[in-house]
Ligand binder design. Structure first.
Ligand code: HEM
Length: 393
């Protein structure tokens, strides 16, 4: 793996990309005043005990109040269960299956644009636009507004570094400028759906009813926001990372070319080795023992999914890219009550895009003269550009 990831960039804290182990399974960082959780079993304990490890991180980290309302990612207990049940009614794995032909069509159209060239940037031409168009079409907002979304979401993630709650160093989740724009934009569409319903997710969210209850406008808007936040850049990164893995391990690329039923396992193993979200934050609600350490109440805990995915107690040869590993119980989509609602969609996009890339380009390979660099963000693993050669080798 080091052959893939150690080459360029990557945030210094991402030791797993250098093939290194964490000093401890659970450790307190006195500089940031944040606990780091690096072991697989310890991470599971955190994610599976939401009553002790709360997702309401706004208790400790300043977050714009506008994005607190009905933000599934930052809710606990009954309010989270209620909202998740309501949105799950309309955002179902079955609805994703219905999207697959359209995902294939879009992928084909995007790849048509690069045919005849010797080289193209996978991120620019496919990995960025595909998930964004899919989410836009799903929500029912014009995909022509894609440049706006891209700009806002980029604004949200820019400079977003490792969380710190040390005095004078609070990271107020620097997503506010972009967030305000996204919320206003989706809000306008939600208001319109109340007047003129359509065949789209926003309308279904507006109309959904569970036990006689409807979602409020703020809940619908914020769910749309969470879909964009959690589902767009992550899927972009998944596509880039999976292609990087296939390039770095040509024997697996050859196997996957010959047997496309392997693609889902290739995607899971890419997710394990290079998880788009490398870390999740929680706040303790009471004193707790974790990995032999005593963590007091009201402390911020970062669960380093990427490190847990390389814990040799859970994965044999964790630094070997092995799509055949079974089980592959990586934590890249989280665990427990917050398990990623978009996992079926991300997996489908990954499978369809990789399949078409392999179909179209028998000589797909990275350009040794133009090697990509990783985004310098501690909590994400992904690349901004991935130049690929597609001419005869
Ligand atoms: C939650 C990762 C794609 C929607 C999560 C969580 C992770 C994650 C780790 C758990 C957060 C936590 O526990 O605090 C990913 C990755 C993706 C991806 C790696 C792509 C490879 C998507 C897509 C969508 C989506 C495509 C929808 C369009 C959501 C939602 C939640 C979530 C709504 C919140 C669930 C809850 O809090 O109950 N995702 N995600 N994700 N994801 Fe994804």
């Amino acid at each position: 793996m080091v052959a893939v990831a150690g080459i360029r960039g990557a945030h210094p804290s991402q030791f797993w990309l250098r093939g290194e182990s964490p000093p401890e399974l659970v450790a307190f960082n006195p500089a940031t005043k944040v606990w780091g959780v690096y072991g697989h079993a310890e991470s599971l304990q955190v994610l599976n005990t939401p009553s002790v490890f709360s997702s309401e991180i706004q208790r400790k980290i300043a977050v714009d109040s506008r994005i607190n309302v009905a933000n599934l990612l930052q809710m606990d207990g009954m309010p989270h269960a209620r909202l998740r049940k309501m949105v799950s009614r309309v955002f179902t794995p079955k609805s994703v299956v219905g999207l697959e032909p359209r995902i294939a069509e879009l992928t084909g159209e995007l790849l048509d644009r690069v045919c005849g060239r010797d080289k193209f940037d996978l991120v620019q031409e496919l990995a960025y636009p595909l998930p964004l168009i899919v989410i836009a079409e799903l929500l029912g907002v014009p995909s022509a507004d894609r440049p706006l979304f891209q700009q806002w979401v980029d604004m949200m993630f820019r400079d977003h570094q490792e969380v710190s709650v040390a005095e004078g160093e609070q990271t107020p989740q620097e997503i506010l400028g972009g967030a305000a724009e996204v919320l206003r934009y989706i809000g306008e569409h939600v208001a319109e759906r109340r007047v003129r319903p359509r065949e789209d997710l926003l309308t279904k969210l507006v109309e959904t009813e569970v036990d006689g209850e409807h979602l409020t406008d703020a809940e619908v808007v914020n769910f749309g926001f969470v879909l964009l936040l959690a589902g767009y850049v992550t899927t972009t990164m998944l596509l880039g990372n999976a292609v990087l893995c296939l390039d770095a391990f040509p024997q697996w690329q050859a196997k996957a070319r010959a047997d496309r039923s392997m693609l889902p396992s290739v995607i899971e193993e890419s997710l394990r080795m290079m998880p788009p979200f490398t870390a999740l934050s929680r706040v303790t609600t009471e004193d707790v023992e974790l990995g032999g350490k005593h963590i007091p109440a009201d402390e911020v805990v970062m669960v380093w999914l990427a490190a847990a995915n390389h814990d040799e107690r859970a994965f044999a040869d964790p630094y070997t890219f092995n799509p055949a590993r079974d089980p592959n119980h990586h934590l890249s989509f989280g665990r427990g009550i917050h398990f990623c609602l978009g996992a079926p969609l991300a997996r489908a996009e990954g499978r369809i895009a990789l399949n078409l890339l392999l179909d179209r380009f028998p000589n797909l390979r990275t350009d040794p003269a133009d090697v990509p660099t990783f985004r310098d963000i501690a909590i994400m693993t992904g690349i901004d550009r991935l130049p690929l050669l597609i001419g005869p080798s």
